[in-house]
Structure formats: structure tokens, C-alpha cells
Design a protein around this ligand. Structure first.
Ligand SMILES: NC(=O)c1ccc[n+]([C@@H]2O[C@H](COP(=O)([O-])OP(=O)(O)OC[C@H]3O[C@@H](n4cnc5c(N)ncnc54)[C@H](O)[C@@H]3O)[C@@H](O)[C@H]2O)c1
Length: 364
């Protein structure tokens, strides 16, 4: 039996939650998962074989140690992983580290290593990785494209959890198709987060004949993702991704006044994300309807369930010879998929992926 051999780019909070989750769920516990088995793969079939980062407190360290290193702040909910046998390799920094990080205390911000980058393609080949997951910081346009190119060269499928548009960009989608590699992207949704709650409620307004006149979704958090997003320059694609995810659930005439995005960095919140949501609508005979909601989640564990499933759909697609962007899994798990689908259409599309005949299974 062979496993899904996973490479991780960005050993931050989301990677910590994912790797801890692989340990937490390896013995078959199902509570808290979206799906237990996908295309024959359980969570226990995902093995991390390579990891890349650029922070001096993570590079050269065993993965389990690096996942606990500052500035990571997501809760530790599983056993000690330091003996897993993967050492974090120096990646290519490019635009991964925002300049304003240097102005903040080192326990909450990035500290780039001065080491030379390894040959990422060679490292991917040597590790025999078949799926790479990208957890780069928002705004890392060059770095995101660099690692996507490495996937293409090394023959590795990709799950793009960050909002640089690769799966949803035609040129990049074609490159993955040409190399016969599947990709799920872009910008991972949380399992039950602000995007899915906002989308569902907005859709409910529309379905009940209420016109959505105005809405905001203000998000606050205290992890490095929120610190990084203080830079408005880095934020453009994140705003597009989050706004489109809600706008696509509404008829066009409802979309004019949506204000959605990361709103502030509150250090003491750490990995706790709080979303403040308001929807103003007009109902029968133009009468007003207002809804206010506060959602509090642990940000990084909340994305790990979706990531585990996206990884397994990539492996299932490799088994079936499918390539390019996987539309239904991308629509289900990502904020900015190539095509936005309703929940039901995305679920049906995912079943169709698994119903395709197998070629040469990753899992033998
Ligand atoms: N629920 C969620 O937390 C959630 C949801 C949707 C999307 N995302 C996105 O996922 C991404 C990761 O989020 P996170 O909370 O883990 O961020 P994080 O800040 O905790 O981790 C990012 C990691 O990337 C490393 N890094 C920076 N530049 C690099 C480079 N060039 N090469 C390799 N590593 C590099 C950093 O050192 C850090 O360890 C972000 O883009 C975020 O917006 C997160």
C-alpha cells in the first residue's frame, strides 16, 4: 500500500493544525471531519514527506519542533510530533516576508533565515511527494508562482490554500493540464467559517425574496495571517477572493454593497478569529430586515478539515488520470475556485470525480 506523500510549503499555523490533525485522526476517529474516506483514502493515508519554510526558527528543525516554534500560536491538541523524520528545508523567500513584520516583536512575526534556498524541485523529487499544499502568506505572489512552477517541473499535484490565483487562472490551469497534474485552489475555506455562514445567510435572504441591500463581514484575529494582512498592498487578492465567495451566492442585483475582508490585527486573540457580520435587507413592501451575528472560531484548525479533503481529492484525481483544476472540489473547499458552484452542485461534482474509473492508484 502506498500513501499520499505530502509536501508542505509554509510551516505556519495552518500547517500545524493539519499535521496535528493527521496524528489526531490516524486511528480512525471520525468526529469533526467532513468526510471519513475519499476515493479509498482515510486521513491515516496522508504522510508528510517534505516541508519548506524560510523562518530561522523553523528551517533545519524536525517538523514537529518547527510547528511549535514562534510565531505559530495555534493550539497544540495532539501528541508530540518531533520524531516524525521530516526536517524543514529552506525555501525560496522571494516576496514571502512582508517588510512591516520587522517592526513587530519576534515572538509574533516572521524572522527570515539567511540560509540559501535548497533546490526545491530536487527536494520534491527526492521525497517522492505526489501532492504539495501551499500555505504561503497572503500577498506572496512571486513565491506562490515559484512553488507552482516547482510542482509542474517535479510532477506534483497542488492544493493552493492561499489567495494568489493559480487554479482559477486560465494560463496556470492550462499548465497543470499540460503536465497531467490536478490542482485544487484557490484560498481555502474554513470548515464552518465566516465565508460559508455569510454565503448561506445571504442565499437564504435571496431565496425568501428579501433583497440584500448592504452587508459587511469584518474579521479580526491575532495570528501572523492577520498581522501580514495589515499591509493593504498584500491584501488585494484576499478581498477579491472573500467578496466573490459571498457575491456569487446572490443574484446580481443584490451585490452592490458588500464590504468583506480582514479588518484588524488584535494580538491577544492569537489564533482565535472573530467575525462580525451584518446583513441589511428589504422585504415585503420594502420593509427593513436586519441581521447581526458574531462568529468565533479557532482559525487554523477550522481550515484543516477542508485541507485534508482537498489533498485526498488530488490523490483520487491522480488515480483517475484527471488533470487541471478540479472544479467541484475547488468550489466546495476554496473561496476562489475556477467556477463557483452551489453546495449541492459541488457535492454532486465531487461524487462524479470519484465515480470515474481508476487508472493507476496512488494507493496500491
Ligand atoms: N482558516 C485559515 O487559517 C485560513 C483560511 C483561508 C486561507 N488561509 C491562508 O492560508 C495561508 C497560510 O495561513 P497560516 O495561518 O498558516 O499563515 P502563517 O503566517 O501562520 O504561516 C505562513 C508560513 O509561511 C512561511 N513562509 C513565508 N514565506 C515563505 C516562502 N517564500 N517559502 C516557504 N515558506 C514561507 C512563514 O515563515 C510561515 O511559517 C495564508 O495565505 C492564509 O490567508 C488561512
Amino acid at each position: 500500500m502506498s500513501d499520499i506523500r505530502l509536501a508542505i510549503v509554509g510551516v505556519g499555523n495552518c500547517a500545524s493544525a493539519l499535521v496535528q490533525g493527521l496524528d489526531y485522526y490516524k486511528n480512525g476517529d471520525k468526529s469533526g471531519l467532513i468526510q471519513n474516506e475519499i476515493g479509498g483514502y482515510t486521513v491515516g493515508d496522508i504522510k508528510v514527506v517534505a516541508a519548506f519554510d524560510v523562518d530561522e526558527r523553523k528551517v533545519g528543525k524536525p517538523l514537529g519542533t518547527a510547528l511549535k516554534a514562534a510565531p505559530n500560536c495555534t493550539p497544540w491538541f495532539t501528541r508530540d510530533l518531533s520524531g516524525e523524520g521530516v526536517t524543514v528545508l529552506m525555501g525560496n523567500i522571494l516576496d514571502g516576508v512582508a517588510a512591516h513584520m520587522a517592526e513587530y516583536e519576534e515572538d509574533v512575526s516572521f524572522r527570515p533565515s539567511s540560509q540559501e534556498s535548497v533546490d526545491v524541485v530536487k527536494a520534491l523529487r527526492e521525497s517522492k511527494a505526489n501532492v504539495l499544499i501551499s500555505y504561503l502568506p497572503v500577498g506572496s505572489e512571486k513565491a506562490a508562482k515559484f512553488y507552482a512552477s516547482c510542482c509542474l517541473e517535479a510532477g506534483v499535484a497542488m492544493v493552493n490554500c492561499m489567495p494568489v490565483f493559480i487554479a482559477s487562472d486560465k494560463e496556470w490551469a492550462d499548465k497543470f493540464r499540460e503536465k497531467k497534474l490536478p490542482i485544487v485552489g484557490d484560498d481555502i475555506k474554513s470548515q464552518l467559517g465566516a465565508t460559508i455562514v455569510h454565503r448561506t445567510l445571504a442565499q437564504l435572504f435571496a431565496e425568501r425574496g428579501i433583497t440584500v441591500k448592504r452587508s459587511y463581514q469584518l474579521n479580526t484575529g491575532g495570528n501572523t495571517d492577520f498581522l501580514n494582512m495589515l499591509s493593504q498592498d498584500r491584501l488585494k487578492s484576499k478581498r477579491i477572493s472573500k467578496t466573490e465567495a459571498v457575491a456569487s451566492a446572490l443574484p446580481a442585483e443584490h451585490n452592490s454593497k458588500l464590504h468583506i475582508g480582514p479588518s484588524d490585527y488584535v494580538p491577544w486573540l492569537q489564533d482565535n478569529k472573530c467575525c462580525f457580520l451584518r446583513i441589511e435587507g428589504e422585504g415585503f413592501a420594502g420593509q427593513p430586515i436586519e441581521l447581526e451575528l458574531r462568529l468565533s472560531v479557532m482559525d487554523s484548525p477550522n481550515s484543516a478539515g477542508c485541507a485534508m479533503d482537498a489533498i485526498r481529492y488530488c490523490a483520487a484525481a491522480l488515480d483517475r488520470g484527471l488533470s487541471g483544476p478540479l472544479e467541484a472540489p475547488s468550489a466546495f473547499f476554496m473561496k476562489r475556485p475556477p467556477v463557483q458552484l452551489t453546495f449541492k452542485d459541488a457535492q454532486d461534482g465531487m461524487e462524479e470525480v470519484l465515480a470515474k474509473p481508476m487508472l493507476s492508484p496512488v494507493k496500491g
